[in-house]
Design a protein around this ligand. Structure first.
Ligand SMILES: [Zn+2]
Ligand SMILES: [Zn+2]
Length: 437
């Protein structure tokens, strides 16, 4: 009886060690896989090479793989989504997702495997770079899939792994769902994903429950006036003055119309007008990004933007402005609280309390929220720490800079980031699915 008790007590520890051994064996290959993806970034809806690499690795691990997944309506978009399914007996379904696309950013790191890929954009040569760390997400997904395929005794159920295109275009998740992701495979009981965070140390993961990333909407406003000579304003309606008034007035929507404890951001990122200093132009173009969490706040803010633009034009006797909400923005990522707490608890047991950090929410956007189908499927997105702790410590003390996501200097510490990512992703599945009988 004593031996049995001892074995039972030792069992979880041995199992954790087994998982670590599998990861240690996979890690060198995975780091090469990551560096190769980093050196060969592909933009949204062009992830052919990346998708093929993911598909090959998943097939080799025993997954049933469908490539070219995704429903596309716009010209020039190729279906590049990869869906791998591994059925391992009766049980719930867990979906793991990684996005695969890069950004039109010219890399400025001195890494040996830095991207040299260039594309021509508007007649100019622009670099392509994995500046949002999606190469790390894809590598972690492949690593976790391989480890879980080997550790099949630890879980029972169905595993769906997704190599998602076009997160940066806010369109990849939608295209997979529109192509019948949940009907052709299965509707998952849980969905999980990582996003790298340069602000957290490599080796740690971060989480938040509830609203974690925001609804993102793009709004275009054309402020219209009556053009004329700059010396004779009395004969014109100056849209530059109206647009200036509007930019300031838009900020009072957040400060005066939204409840103080609810979150919203309106940023005017582009303003275009005019050709000459003495010419009052006919119109001004404004381009906005609007971030919110709750749907009522979103509806209210979008309506207030329109009303404010109209009101300002009216007050000056100008023609009505044109306000366009471009397409459907990405919905907020709402991390299901019970699921998120459960996973954070499981990670803490293995990684230790100090490596599982509550981070708070941000107003960034991510199309992972779509997998939740308006909260019908519990989803959770965790942050994956990506910067060497020593660099992070120095930067916090004012020495050196940590380049943020989307910047030309963004870099991660591959070894600790990938091994922790694979470990936590595998643990998530083992936590959510029962052990094989
Ligand atoms: Zn991004
Ligand atoms: Zn991203």
């Amino acid at each position: 009886v004593k031996t049995l008790l001892l074995l039972l007590l030792l069992a979880p520890a041995t199992q954790a060690a087994d998982l670590e051994n599998l990861i240690t064996a996979e890690l060198p290959g995975l780091i090469s896989f990551y560096k190769d993806l980093h050196a060969h970034p592909e933009l949204a809806f062009h992830e052919k090479r990346t998708g093929a690499k993911v598909a090959k690795a998943l097939k080799k691990a025993g997954f049933t793989v469908t490539t070219g997944f995704g429903s596309y309506t716009k010209k020039g978009r190729v279906p590049t989504g990869v869906v791998g399914v591994l059925r391992n007996g009766e049980g719930p379904t867990v979906l793991l997702r990684a996005d695969m696309d890069a950004l039109p950013v010219t890399e400025a790191t001195e890494l040996k495997y830095a991207s040299k890929v260039k594309i021509s954009k508007g007649g100019k040569q622009v670099g392509v770079m994995h500046a949002c760390g999606h190469d790390a997400h894809t590598s972690v997904l492949v690593g976790a899939a391989k480890v879980l395929a080997q550790a099949r005794k630890r879980w029972q159920g169905t595993l769906i792994v997704i190599g998602q295109p076009a997160e940066e275009a806010g369109a990849g998740a939608r295209s997979l769902l529109a192509d019948g992701l949940y009907t052709k495979t299965a509707r998952p009981d849980y969905a999980f994903a990582f996003h790298v965070s340069p602000d957290l140390p490599a080796g740690a993961v971060g989480y938040h429950t509830g609203y974690t990333l925001a609804n993102t909407d793009s709004v275009d406003i054309t402020v219209r006036g009556k053009p004329g000579h700059g010396a004779f304003p009395q004969n014109t309606v100056d849209p530059i003055v109206l647009a200036s008034r509007l930019v300031l007035a838009l900020q009072t929507i957040v400060s005066r119309e939204v409840e103080p404890l609810k979150a919203a951001v309106i940023s005017v990122g582009e303003i275009h007008a005019g050709t000459r200093r003495n010419l009052i132009p006919a119109e001004v173009q404004l381009r906005l990004t609007v971030r919110t969490y709750e749907n009522e706040v979103r509806t209210k803010v979008l309506a207030a933007i329109e009303r404010t633009a109209r009101g300002i034009a009216d007050s000056a006797g100008a023609p009505a402005p044109v306000v366009t909400v471009r397409g459907e923005g990405t919905p907020a990522v709402y991390n299901d609280p019970p699921l998120t707490r459960r996973l954070a608890g499981a990670f803490k047991k293995v990684l230790g309390q100090a490596r599982v950090i509550e981070t708070g929410a941000v107003m960034g956007g991510e199309d992972f929220g779509r997998y939740g189908l308006k909260r019908e499927v519990p989803i959770s997105m965790f942050w994956l720490g990506a910067t060497e702790s020593e660099r992070l410590r120095k930067a916090r003390a004012g020495h050196g800079r940590i380049w943020p996501l989307h910047s030309p200097g963004m870099r991660i510490a591959p070894k600790a980031t990938l091994s922790t990512g694979v470990q936590a992703m595998a643990l998530a599945v083992i936590e959510l699915l029962p052990a094989a009988k």
